[in-house]
Write a protein that binds this ligand. Structure first.
Ligand code: GRF
Length: 217
């Protein structure tokens, strides 16, 4: 089944681009039905329009409060009817009730090995903590910020001499294949959210780990 994706992005949009490129190359059985941003100037919107698709800015400042913004954004998303909502660098908090209604149908990519380093500035915090390994995680979105069940992770070493920029670039290079492989497994119906956590091929599972081949073993 071709997975119908709605993508939420606030900035650069390199993860969105990776999705668009994989679909164009025939390596991901999915369709991006629209891209939504909280910022008019998001590069992600330019990338979407360049690919010939619907791109929308729904700005919080145009609404009285977060609930009204959520209602507008998720009203538009529901009207589009995605199978899955992908947060790819979407930098806004979303109300708990909105998220609860979409449990198991919304994922986020976060640049750390969750549960470590939830929130912002993950690369600098990993360096400050002196961890030998860092990476990225794809998780189901719940009301707890970056706290939903982790579906999959990609790991990179922290190398001597790294700064936040070099570490961030190394992680980003693994984020794209991680997100694509996760989407392939979701599209194939191999991953689902259950009460107690994720199920892979019908069984309770810890996070899938991306191999050097860019696949899950
Ligand atoms: C990525 O590092 C993602 O993990 C984080 O925000 C960044 C977005 O990058 N949530 P891009 O906009 O996809 O290039």
């Amino acid at each position: 089944m071709t997975l119908r994706l709605a993508v939420l992005a606030s900035g650069r949009g390199s993860n969105l681009q990776a999705i668009l490129d994989a679909i164009a190359a025939g390596t991901l059985d999915a369709e991006v039905i629209g891209v939504w941003s909280d910022r008019k100037d998001a590069q992600a919107l330019v990338r979407a329009r360049d690919a010939g698709m619907q791109a929308h800015a729904i700005r919080p400042r145009d609404f009285v409060d977060r609930a009204a913004h959520d209602a507008a954004l998720f009203g538009a998303l529901d009207a589009a009817g995605p199978d899955l909502i992908v947060c790819a660098g979407y930098m806004r908090l979303i109300g708990a009730d909105v998220l609860a209604a979409r449990a198991g149908r919304m994922i986020n990519i976060h640049p750390s090995l969750l549960p470590d380093f939830k929130g912002l500035h993950t690369h600098q915090r990993a360096l400050d903590a002196g961890v030998p390994e860092h990476g990225a995680s794809v998780h189901y979105v719940t009301a707890e910020l970056d706290g939903g069940p982790v579906i999959a992770q990609a790991r990179v070493p922290v190398l001597p001499g790294d700064d936040a920029a070099t570490l961030s670039a190394r992680v980003l290079g693994r984020e794209h294949p991680l997100l694509l492989e996760t989407l392939r497994w979701i599209a194939a119906g191999r991953v689902a959210l259950h009460e107690a956590g994720i199920h892979v091929d019908g069984r309770a599972s810890g996070p899938l780990q991306l191999a050097a081949t860019d696949r899950f073993p």
